[in-house]
Ligand binder design. Structure first.
Ligand SMILES: C[S@@+](CC[C@H](N)C(=O)[O-])C[C@H]1O[C@@H](n2cnc3c(N)ncnc32)[C@H](O)[C@@H]1O
Length: 299
């Protein structure tokens, strides 16, 4: 399948990002709580179906490992559709299982076609990668690729008012206690701070865009000002900040579109029936509340 010119830029960014995926934790990757929720919703969607056809949007290793189980128990046949071959190859090194029932197709989700329909389409944080002008084509296409009793299962990024923050410093300080007590690894604390900034950035423009680019200059200044000779807090904040900037530099010019919870619900309901909405509980109260996972059925 052909990837049109206008998506080529996105593809290049993802190819670059694929090399750094190991630096990310939840919420950018599904947490244990999200994985349990995906498993639960897949069970609800598939029940006792034999040899169901499943279309994965992207190459998310955590979902591929859950789907491997459904290949074993239900004979599920899995197609991973991603426009970036490099991403699929890099993610294949992060799966725990090699699934003989899984294959890769290079495709653009907005206009991909298949000679069959699917029992389940599933994808993690996929909708926010599609800009507003492609949303209609994208959702209509997914809807048309589902069997009459098929389901779309997805986790979305939505914006809620609690996501607003005053400064980069506030974002980092809000995870300092968890980093100090090792409740969060330094890697997770750094990722939580990054995601807090991404979600907060959505309130800094009128186009529903979320991106670290809005905070990057302030982030650089914040990192430079921290003085490890001053206090243990500064040592920890510096470690967190350096870790975060290294992991997220390839992502700094990436933009997502975030709707509010209500806008997102209305948008999904234009194309699907919302059958269930679940939330994980293992990456902080605010971001878990801003990461609903849906079981969607055909209208
Ligand atoms: C599944 S997404 C989500 C990853 C991350 N959690 C996030 O929030 O952006 C990442 C993958 O989606 C792929 N992708 C993004 N937009 C796409 C599109 N329109 N068609 C096909 N693949 C696409 C990229 O190539 C990349 O491999």
């Amino acid at each position: 399948m052909k990837i049109t010119e206008k998506f080529k830029n996105h593809q290049k960014k993802w190819a670059r990002i694929s090399k750094h995926w190991e630096n990310f934790t939840e919420p950018s990757r599904p947490s244990r709580g999200d994985i349990a929720n995906y498993n639960f919703l897949l069970r609800a969607a598939l029940k006792n179906r034999k040899n169901p056809d499943i279309l994965l949007l992207g190459s998310t290793p955590e979902i591929r490992d859950v789907l491997f189980r459904f290949s074993m128990t239900h004979g599920a046949k899995v197609i991973c559709a991603d426009m970036t071959r490099e991403m699929f190859d890099a993610m294949s090194a992060l799966t725990d299982f090699k699934n003989a029932q899984e294959k890769f197709v290079s495709a653009n989700w907005v206009d991909m076609r298949f000679d069959k329909k699917f029992d389940v389409i599933i994808g993690d944080f996929v909708n926010g990668n599609i800009g507003d002008r492609h949303k209609h084509a994208y959702f209509s296409n997914l809807e048309s690729l589902l069997k009459e009793d098929g389901s779309f299962i997805t986790r979305d990024c939505v914006f809620i008012d609690e996501c607003k923050i005053g400064s980069v410093k506030q974002a980092f300080k809000s995870f300092l206690d968890q980093a100090r007590d090792e409740e969060y690894s330094m890697k997770k604390a750094a990722n939580m701070a990054a995601n807090t900034l991404i979600w907060a950035s959505r309130s800094l423009n009128d186009e529903k865009k979320a991106s670290l680019s809005y905070f990057w200059p302030e982030l650089e200044k914040f990192g430079k000002k921290l003085d490890p000779a001053r206090s243990e807090d500064d040592i920890l904040l510096k470690m967190m900040c350096q870790r975060m900037m290294k992991a997220w530099a390839p992502y700094k010019s990436k933009y997502w579109t975030f709707n509010t919870f209500e806008e997102n619900k209305r948008m999904l309901e234009e194309y699907f029936i919302i059958k269930k909405t679940l939330f994980a509980d293992d990456y902080g109260k605010i971001i878990t509340k801003a990461s609903p996972m849906y079981l969607l059925g055909k209208k």
